[in-house]
Write a protein that binds this ligand. Sequence first.
Ligand SMILES: NC(=O)c1ccc[n+]([C@@H]2O[C@H](COP(=O)([O-])OP(=O)(O)OC[C@H]3O[C@@H](n4cnc5c(N)ncnc54)[C@H](OP(=O)(O)O)[C@@H]3O)[C@@H](O)[C@H]2O)c1
Length: 160
Amino acid sequence: MTKGDDGSVSSWTSPEEQQFFAELRAQHTLFVFGRKTYEAVLPPFVPGVLKVVLTTNPNEFSSSQKKGLLEFHNLSAKEFVKKYENKYDTCLILGGSRVNSDFLEAGLVDEIYLTVEPVTHGSGVPLLARGSLNDYDLPEPEVTALNSQGTQLLHYILKK
Ligand SMILES: NC(=O)c1ccc[n+]([C@@H]2O[C@H](COP(=O)([O-])OP(=O)(O)OC[C@H]3O[C@@H](n4cnc5c(N)ncnc54)[C@H](OP(=O)(O)O)[C@@H]3O)[C@@H](O)[C@H]2O)c1
């Protein structure tokens, strides 16, 4: 999921994956991600889109907070869903590893989009903080070739 100590992913992901991800983002108005992903990306404010950063120290980020656009909360995956499920139909979970593991383990993931790029890093941050996708009884993914270089998009539908 990352390359070595480099938190940026745009240097090694394909243009086709970046285009796909931009289109997926555009379909959502609620995003959740961990504090380290926030610090790696520092996402822009987008009108009408709420980005929630999970952290055990939300007070540290009070000067970055913008109500309705960027909020910092100390919530478990279940508490997060309880807080937002009445206002939003869907949420895009953007990682990193701990957030991915927490939401999967809590049974709160309906779909997974996983892009496999034909590159090896040797070290970096993994997809999950605990275990691997093989630990979950996932259905066969729908596989789409995003380009002729070998980039593949795997789409798992866990719940309809
Ligand atoms: N390739 C990709 O598509 C992709 C996607 C996402 C991220 N990434 C990369 O992954 C790296 C970050 O991943 P990571 O796994 O190291 O960290 P992370 O999951 O982004 O952040 C972990 C931090 O989030 C906070 N947190 C998570 N769950 C929480 C909860 N339930 N309640 C309270 N706080 C919670 C804690 O922050 P505090 O320590 O502040 O309490 C924790 O230390 C970055 O380099 C990012 O660029 C890559």
